[in-house]
Ligand binder design. Sequence first.
Ligand SMILES: Cc1ncc(COP(=O)(O)O)c(C=O)c1O
Length: 391
Amino acid sequence: MTRSIAGELQQLREQGLYRSLRTVAGSQGSRVVAEGREVVLLCSNNYLGLADHPSLKRAAVEAVERYGTGSGASRLVSGTMELHAALEERLARFKGTDAALVFNSGYAANSGIIPALVGRGDVVFSDRLNHASIVDGCLLSRARFVRYPHNDMNALERLLAEHRGAGRMLIVTDGVFSMDGDLAPLPALVALKRQYGALLMVDDAHGTGVLGESGRGSAEQFEVAADIDLQMGTLGKALGGFGAYVAASAEVVELLINRARSFIFSTSLPPAVLAAARAALDLVDSPEGKALRRRLARSAALFRDALQEAGFDTMGSETQIVPALVGEAEPAMTFTRRLLEEGFYVQGIRPPTVPAGTCRLRCTLMATHDESDLERAVAAMARIGKELGIV
Ligand SMILES: Cc1ncc(COP(=O)(O)O)c(C=O)c1O
């Protein structure tokens, strides 16, 4: 019998894995209106608060006035607009590479870049906790897909040795792990990629604009930027807009223009988005950007320490992404619901986003959060956590 859609939805409900959309009013500020009341937003990736910053809005509006709303087609069809070229030049300068290429989203970047680099007869080594877009890119590539235990460099080395000589080898990792907030050991990865002649790609979706003294990301923090073959990042998180980029050698970018299907077969980013991203990079480079990064780091540290003091397991977080481990799906979603009733919007995260049994509240900090709101959030989490028997 054909599997019914209603039956599949019912099964998701019974497993506590059903997902639905929640409408919020207003911009992605530190407070939004959800379900008719103002709540503190603790699940947005708008880390520096740039998503409604006046200078980004101004840049977007001016770009619309001058260039219109759409880019018309794939860049290989109707041309690269001046704004694409200007943003890529700015991104390459920002990351200190020869070249950069923008993609329509982080998802499009990862699912396009990986199959452009490796295919049948090649091997891709991917951290077990890498983002779903990396996993999908690996699967699409048809290369041998080897997953190594999270941040386990001994296991990775064994696997590299086992596959040595088998076509092109690519190691791919999140720079900041999106659901755990911990960091990849980039210096050790660089040493291994050198030893085994592999390419190294780092997805810095959550490090771009935030980590490193000047916000260049996790590679800057570890001082290994020059040793990473492909530094991918997104424009829709700390940079407050939409889209993604990869910074790499001119040769790699040339290959991606020729081979990355999500670049070739998709209408390119529109003027407002391109202009806002350039304004965001200027902001990251300004004294204001530096102050926002400091404030974010301080809030994240205070929040993480307070959660730990309240008895939560913050799962190795070292950044502005601070998970609180719950365990099963049902209590995680009850926790989210109870927090919303108390004025805090914190997202519960379940499989397949995270492994079964590790459901969590993924709290994300913004430079624009009030310290008193964060203190109240921790108090509410501690109270509800006790009620639910989690702490
Ligand atoms: C590590 C990582 N890579 C890629 C993406 C995808 O980026 P985008 O939201 O721009 O598609 C995300 C999040 O969405 C992410 O967390």
